[in-house]
Ligand binder design. Sequence first.
Ligand code: PLP
Length: 380
Amino acid sequence: MSAEPVRVPFIDLTAQRLPFAQEIDEALARVMRSNSYILGEEVGLFEQEFAAYCEVAHAVGVDSGTSALELILRAYGIGPGDEVITAANTFVATTFAISYTGARPVLVDVDPYTYTLDIFQLQEAITPRTRAIIPVHLYGQPADMEPILALAQQHNLIVVEDACQAHGSRYKGRRVGSLGHAAAFSFYPAKNLGAFGDGGIVVTNDPDIADTVSKLRNYGQSAKYYHDLLGYNRRLDTLQAAILRIKLRHLDEWNAARRAHARLYQQLLGGNGIRLPVEANYAEAVWHLFVIRTVARDELQAYLKEQNIGTGIHYPVPIHLQGAHHDLGYGVGDFPVTEHSAGELLSLPMYAELTPAQIVYVADAIKTFLAEHIRLHAVG
Ligand SMILES: *Cc1c(COP(=O)(O)O)cnc(C)c1O
């Protein structure tokens, strides 16, 4: 008999790091010997490699995904008086980046199956003040880009992809990041491609935007001590770029493993009375998160914790109900799909290094819980 896994963490950064530990040590030692910590050679090389990976012409490394979003909007001259439309169900960084520029985030509810922008509501949210749309490729699944791009073209709007959860995913065969005017990626450690700290990148086919973002991230400099713009210090560290270069070579194989894990979860959990995530017919999802849905979410999460299974909730409080966005004037009832799902969504362990035995262990625990839960509710 094989020993059962005793715990399944929500994420396992040790398992991801160990196979490359030596290679990474050597790369870090190389950077340290060069003393070139700020915009060193590895940054430029990583930018080229990541641009090629995304099938775009330009990439500009920055210090976070949030900065990537903000600097794209600033490069397009978006600011006070402008409106930027995005999804109500996203991480707050999407709307914060809009607010930092002085523009107003305008929220639109999500499709109840893909949790990405609802196209009909998007259309209704466009006003004469709208300058840009930020579709969020949430949980690793692209938003339905064709109708979004068509609406944008019709109204002369910029499309900025929030691809912070979707490194490598494809929409109708094309990489996310190559679909809109520009895209933002995050290298927060838990993302599909993660650094050993914060990091992010802007990708675009527009050479002017790439140029402006590369100035904005570095004090608005065109040459050392010549400052054309009121820029910032938002650079990607050379050390992080060195790590990311090594990890990028494995991203496709890790995403393929995530896709296999998602298929196994689907097989094992189908027909058990919980809602499973769907892959849209246009999508090749990279399963940043595997998010199930059940009315018994809190009880299930507590039960799984007892079985040493880690889970997450993405996200427990919708953006429009967060204190930080009180000024937007939204309230309860404005985005029913987002609000309703906030109480029911549960993210299961999902990372490339998961083993089939761990997935079986998680699925068995869920099935045991559901059988007991249904029995209790039937008699009670
Ligand atoms: C992680 C994330 C961000 C922000 O990235 P940081 O690197 O943490 O700043 C933005 N949008 C979404 C959807 C994210 O998941």
